[in-house]
Write a protein that binds this ligand. Structure first.
Ligand code: NDP
Length: 327
């Protein structure tokens, strides 16, 4: 990161630098560190917020000017001083946007045991996006079979999974997305019952039992007028608000009372203990092809800044990640 930008984060705030490192844990290191080779890096909207120096739950600290940015990624252990990790292990967790990274607290890394699944999926489907969708839908939304579920940013990392989880439960699922291609993806590949382009059709007319909110703002306001009595709104993210100087007001809040709506927020880092249960539940569905995952892969670290910034204009088509190296 060059500097905290004067306004909002932009591609030119990130600089790609080259240098050389020793491919060994340095002798002087007395801590139980591990050295990893980064394979895939996850692009997450929260990273834009960290670029402005603002803390985000689930991330350790805001990015420091002059240092590499960091986030979730998949990596291979090259050298280890930690008893739980050995050379050759595949892991996912927090790592820096570098080719090789010395991980100071490897306890936070999760070892990848199921390598029949594409490794890149551990940045999304089997990483934080997957856990977010799982915890947000099954733990927070109190879902029931047969309900009408609405998901915004539905074709992306979290949304595409929430929609598929709701379909597996036997719900009627509607999704919104920002282009015709994304709407086609929702209807023709991801199994949504209905989908619409919110830029072309801003007026919402659907009856909703559960709204899984990834965007906030005007969409949330519109949803409040379409909720069924005793519906639930799960506040997962508000990407439409992250880059505004002044967040938009929500005008229809009174409907929370009138329609007896329950609205609750959550952050996925509080549900990490569910990861083994999440894997156990999901892996059979993935192996049978009952859950699919759409990824948008930028190849090479040098294309990372553009990929990351693309999240804020909807340039990504599915889970955005950066392939740094093949195993
Ligand atoms: P992605 O990064 O995969 O996709 C972001 C998408 O958001 C874009 O492709 C775009 O799609 C849409 N978008 C961007 N700007 C706007 C806007 N102004 N209005 C409406 N839509 C917009 O998203 P994720 O699936 O990773 O994350 C979804 C949400 O969940 C985000 O708000 C994120 O911050 C949040 N989140 C929350 C977590 C938690 O623990 N609570 C954990 C992980 C994510 P389109 O083309 O449809 O506009």
């Amino acid at each position: 990161l060059k500097d905290y930008s004067s306004g909002f984060q932009k591609e030119s705030d990130l600089l790609v630098k080259s240098g050389s490192i020793k491919l060994k844990v340095p002798e002087e290191s007395s801590n139980a560190v591990v050295l990893v080779k980064n394979l895939y890096l996850s692009c997450d909207p929260a990273m834009g917020v960290l670029m402005r120096g603002v803390p985000v739950p689930g991330f350790i600290y805001p990015y420091k000017p002059g240092s590499p940015i960091y986030g979730y990624g998949v990596a291979k252990v090259i050298d280890s001083r930690h008893p739980n990790f050995k050379k050759g292990d595949l892991v996912w967790g927090m790592t820096a946007w570098e080719e090789y990274t010395l991980i100071p607290k490897p306890e936070s890394l999760i070892k990848i045991e199921h390598t029949d699944i594409p490794l890149s999926y551990y940045t999304g489907l089997l990483g934080m996006a997957g856990l977010t969708a799982y915890a947000g839908y099954f733990e927070v939304s109190s879902p029931k079979k047969g309900e009408r579920v609405f998901v915004s940013a539905a074709s992306e990392a979290v949304g595409q999974l929430v929609g598929q989880f709701a379909k597996l439960l036997g719900c009627y699922v509607v999704g919104s997305a920002g282009s015709k291609e994304k709407v086609d993806l929702l209807k023709n590949r991801l199994g949504f019952d209905e989908a619409f382009d919110y830029k072309e059709e801003p007026d919402l007319e659907v009856r909703i039992d559960v709204y899984f909110d990834n965007v906030g703002g005007k969409m949330l306001d519109a949803v409040l007028l379409n909720m069924r009595i005793r519906g639930r709104i799960t506040a997962c993210g508000m990407i439409s608000q992250y880059n505004l100087q002044q967040p938009e007001g929500v005008h229809n809040l009174m409907n929370i009372i009138l329609r007896q709506i329950r609205m609750g927020g959550f952050t996925a880092d509080n549900y990490l203990h569910l990861y083994p249960k999440f894997l156990e539940k999901l892996l059979p569905h993935i192996r049978k092809g009952e859950i699919i995952y759409i990824e948008d892969v930028a190849r090479g670290l040098e294309n990372g800044p553009r990929a990351l910034m693309g999240l804020f204009s909807g340039r990504n088509f599915g889970k955005q990640l950066v392939e740094v190296a093949c195993e």
